[in-house]
Structure formats: C-alpha cells, structure tokens
Write a protein that binds this ligand. Sequence first.
Ligand SMILES: [Zn+2]
Length: 335
Amino acid sequence: MIKQHDLLAFSLANPTHAEKKVEDYEFAEVSLLETGIVTIEPKQKAQISLVLSAGIHGNETAPMEMANDILKDILDEKLACSVRLLVIFGNLPAANIGKRFTQVNMNRLFSGAWQKEEGFEAQRAGLIEKTIADFFNEGPDSAQRIHYDLHTAIRGSKYPKFVVYPYLHERPYSAEQIGFLEASGIEAVLLSHQSTTTLSYFSSEQHNASAFTVELGQVAPFGENDHSKLTAIRHTLRTLIKDEKLIGSHDGNMKIFQVIDGLNKDADDYQLNIDADFENFTSFDAGFKLTQSQLSEYLVKQDGDALVFPNAKIPVGQRAGLMVREVALSSLELN
Ligand SMILES: [Zn+2]
C-alpha cells in the first residue's frame, strides 16, 4: 500500500492527494485515508485512541521523521501496535519547499477558522478536523483520547523541548500526562490562558482529548535533524503504542509557566526591546521596559517574569508575545 512502508516519502511525492486504500494485516486494519494520513485499528480492543500529528508547519521535519519511523516499524511488524493510532502529516506542499506554509499558517486555522480562508491549507485543515473527529468518534466510548501535535521552533528556547497545554476551561490538568511529558524529556509546560485556533486546542476542547502542542527543538531540513535529542520521547511514545502504557516521571524537573499578560501591538511604532537572537522563556528583572509605543509601554512586573513567542512584525492589533511566570505544580488543579 505504501512503498517500503515509508509514508513520509510517499506523501512528499503525492503532496496534495492520494486515493484511499485499506489493507488487512494480521494485527490490524491499516487505512491510508488521504495523502499523509494513516489509521491503524488493532484487531484486539484498544483502550487508547492516539493521534500523532507532525508537519502542520511544513518545515518542521524532525517530528515528521520520528513519526514516520514509528509508523514504518509498526507496518514492518517490528513494533507492536496496541493503541488505535492516527498519524497525520499536515502541510506536505510546504514541506516540499522547506517552508512553514504556502499561503496561511495552518496552526491558526482549526476549530472552524479554516472556513474563512481559501486555498490548500484551509482545505487541509478542514480535512484534518474531520479525520480527527471521525477517528475519536469511531473508537470505543471508554477509550482514552490523546493527541500530541509535534512541532519544532524557528526561535531558540531556554527550554528547547516544551509543550503548550491548551486552555482547559476549568477542567483539571492531567497528572498522568504531566508525568508522561516529563518522562519524555519535556523541560517546560506553558499553560495556555485562552481559546485559540491551534490543532491541539481543537482536540482538547471539541473532543475532550489530552492534547498538547509539543515543541521538540529547532527547525532543520529533512535529513539534518539530530535524533539523539529525541531519545526520551521516542521511547515513551513507542512504549505507549506497544503497551498502552503512559510512562511517568515525577522528579519535579519540569518547569511550569502560566501566562500573566498578553503583549499587544497597539501602534505602528511598537517596539520590543529584545535581541534578534532572543530565546523563548528568557526572563527579565522587574521594571525592565520590554515594549514601548506612542500609546503604551510595558514594564516587567516581577523578577523572573519571562517572554515567549515575541514577534513585532505583525499588524497593529495582533499579539506580539506572552509574558509568563513560573508556578508550582502543587498549585494546579490536577486529576
Ligand atoms: Zn510549528
């Protein structure tokens, strides 16, 4: 069905469309639903429905290579698959040209936002939403729903491996997932504070999945990724797939940050007072003038407050960054 079980090579060669194919393996039914989208339905009853998505930004290649290796080992029957599994490669046309996207940033198009846009990314985002909805709905009611949306970042980070935990609207955080993320080598968790149009928020909010945007270091072209940096998460994901087991670590080494302020570009002359090679989660002393414009300035409120996702090259009215502050795990409501 897929030559040499290499979904990534197949999908890059067929970036916009592939005919649906279903193949019966001894252990599972394997379906290529569209290009870059495969489901595995084990013959034995599964307790976990797992979505692994990668390449929602086309140039973020390391997670695509990692997910591809996992899928290849399953199809080669080198890795048993006990979970229901959906693998998605998001933006293949962009991946082919080494770009984040071709027309629109796909990770701003979920929870229906794609309906207001045109072009490949919008169409693909709609298809990905429907695929995830069908996948979760077709699983047993009792199945635990999990979605890791895997990325790498353009900008450096004090914590190269970190996750964004989507806003939960009063639902408790998952202690089991936090333990799994720590065991996966994730160094920091950023607790989102509002609804967004990201893919992980879509799965969390609309499908009640434990879902995360997982940042796994910096962007590099296909074939140039240092996969030794991903040893821990490769191991935890493979164990999850093989044994339906979430390995947990609770050493307390993982930092947790909550958003305290959004920085908004309020005028054309808005300025962020940071270096060009600024790393996410860099902290400041209280009183530092972080932004200024003809209408406002932002002074850092407390020693140690840190900045993530800074970007002043945006239209007036959009978000120029998030101010975050470390919080203790014990202060969170966990289930
Ligand atoms: Zn990304």
